[in-house]
Write a protein that binds this ligand. Structure first.
Ligand SMILES: [Zn+2]
Length: 77
């Protein structure tokens, strides 16, 4: 899979290589698995933070409408 180009010689880099196979200079970070693993970790923790935040917001909303829920329940019973 050749997605990224070498920033020094424009050679299409083989994915995962840390150095260009033509000019032997370091490839950009995006060409390494390490970079994408780090990105996945950041993405997952962000998603987790959003889920926790949503959960908290939902719990607060439920707390606000609790008296209404009680009165509805009282009407039904
Ligand atoms: Zn190169």
């Amino acid at each position: 899979m050749r997605v990224f180009k070498c920033s020094h010689c424009a050679h299409h880099l083989r994915y995962g290589r840390r150095t260009c196979s033509v000019c032997y200079r370091r490839t950009p970070m995006v060409n390494t698995n390490k970079f994408w693993l780090a990105m996945a970790a950041v993405g997952a923790s962000l998603l987790w933070a959003v889920v926790l935040y949503m959960d908290e917001a939902f719990a607060q909303k439920l707390e606000v409408i609790r008296p209404e829920l009680r009165s509805i329940q009282a009407m039904l019973v």
